[in-house]
Design a protein around this ligand. Structure first.
Ligand code: AMP
Length: 192
């Protein structure tokens, strides 16, 4: 198995790249944000409990998110590996993911981070908000709060994976193809 965490702040391009890479490497893409939005759209209990956090740009509580992630992994028993996009976002989630994958006799093989500076993120998200229909892309203060939450709670995970020698940073500014190439260089090396 090859399990990758695609990492980076909101608007870094994780979803776009994961969508391409999942086909290129035959991996299952799990975006916790997408799973939450699907549940909100379908008015499930999970969706209803997550919506108030998401609309404010806050994180959904760890327990809810971790259980949801495990359920998504278990829907894909024959997967050759996963691209986790938007998960883990806290140290508790990273610990839970390690323990969980260990129980399945596998692990996170790498965290690959898309590095993009803040003002470009805000610009990209406001642009995306014109067509994404996402309430959390529509309001600049919510966008800025999401970036703040990233620095306060999520950025620390760089150290978590660096300590395990699993962190790879990639320049996330440029054309989509160009960035796919940069990510592929890292993944090809890992899969050798
Ligand atoms: P994303 O699509 O990754 O930008 O996520 C959209 C929103 O979903 C985030 O701002 C959070 O409110 C929520 N969310 C997604 N993934 C997580 C996670 N791993 N932990 C907590 N909240 C999450």
């Amino acid at each position: 198995m090859t399990n990758l965490v695609l990492f980076g702040p909101p608007g870094a391009g994780k979803g776009t790249q994961a969508d391409i890479l999942k086909d290129k490497y035959d991996l299952v893409h799990i975006s916790t944000g997408d799973v939450f939005r699907y549940n909100i759209k379908n008015k499930t209990e999970l969706g209803l409990s997550a919506k108030s956090y998401i609309d404010k740009g806050q994180l959904v509580p760890d327990e809810v998110t971790i259980n949801m992630l495990k359920a998504e992994v278990e829907k894909n028993e024959s997967a050759k590996g996963f691209i986790f996009d938007g998960f883990p976002r806290t140290e508790a989630q990273a610990e839970a993911l390690s323990t969980y994958l260990e129980s399945r006799e596998t692990e996170v093989h790498a965290m690959i981070a898309l590095e993009v500076e803040d003002e470009i993120l805000v610009e990209r998200l406001l642009e995306r908000g014109k067509t994404s229909g996402r309430p959390d892309d529509a309001d600049e203060s919510v966008i800025r709060n999401r970036i703040k939450v990233y620095y306060d709670e999520t950025a620390i995970l760089k150290k978590f994976y660096q300590k395990q020698d699993k962190y790879y940073g990639v320049d996330g500014v440029g054309g989509i193809k160009e960035i796919t190439e940069r990510l592929s260089q890292v993944i090809d090396e890992l899969m050798k």
